[in-house]
Design a protein around this ligand. Structure first.
Ligand code: FES
Ligand code: FES
Length: 160
């Protein structure tokens, strides 16, 4: 039997102490151990972006990290962004611009973009396309996502 490892992780502001197998993926830890199923798993190879989270404030693919690598770190998942009553400006913009259909890719886009828009307040269409080139969506055709990002940037500027 594999020896378990004790880890301490802060997820969405809540501290957790857990024992995990060394090879447990961070994405599986988030979904199965913590029950935060907003983080989706598509390719499990770091290619589709569905599993994107913030790791110490930076967007990363959680499917290509082990849970033990997050020991002592802070993670934010899509559940941290907003509530149904008080959506994050990015979530509002995605809704208003119809930037999702099935929604499978959406948490990954949101977590990629919340990091990106933190550093890029007024991106051009081209810059937005570059920012999301590691996130795959099989439904929208991306046009509405780009429109949503521009709207979100405006909303976030108005909030700041
Ligand atoms: S599931 Fe992680 S990048 Fe696709
Ligand atoms: S909305 Fe369906 S994959 Fe993006």
């Amino acid at each position: 039997m594999t020896q378990k490892v004790k880890i301490n992780i802060t997820v969405n502001g809540v501290p957790y102490e857990r024992e995990v197998e060394p090879r447990l993926l961070l994405s599986d830890f988030i979904r199965h151990d913590l029950g935060l199923t907003g983080t989706h798993v598509g390719c499990e190879h770091g290619l589709c972006g569905a599993c994107t989270i913030l790791f110490d404030g930076q967007s990363v693919r959680s499917c290509i990290m082990f849970a033990v690598m997050a020991d002592g770190h802070k993670i934010e998942t899509v559940e941290s962004l907003g509530t149904p009553e008080h959506l994050h400006p990015l979530q509002e913009a995605f809704m208003e611009k119809h930037a999702l259909q099935c929604g499978f890719c959406t948490p990954g886009f949101l977590m990629t973009l919340v990091d990106y828009l933190g550093d890029n307040k007024n991106p051009t269409d081209e810059e937005i396309r570059e920012a999301i080139d590691g996130n795959f969506c099989r439904c929208t055709g991306y046009e509405n996502i780009v429109e949503a990002v521009k709207l979100a940037a405006k909303k976030m500027a108005a909030h700041s």
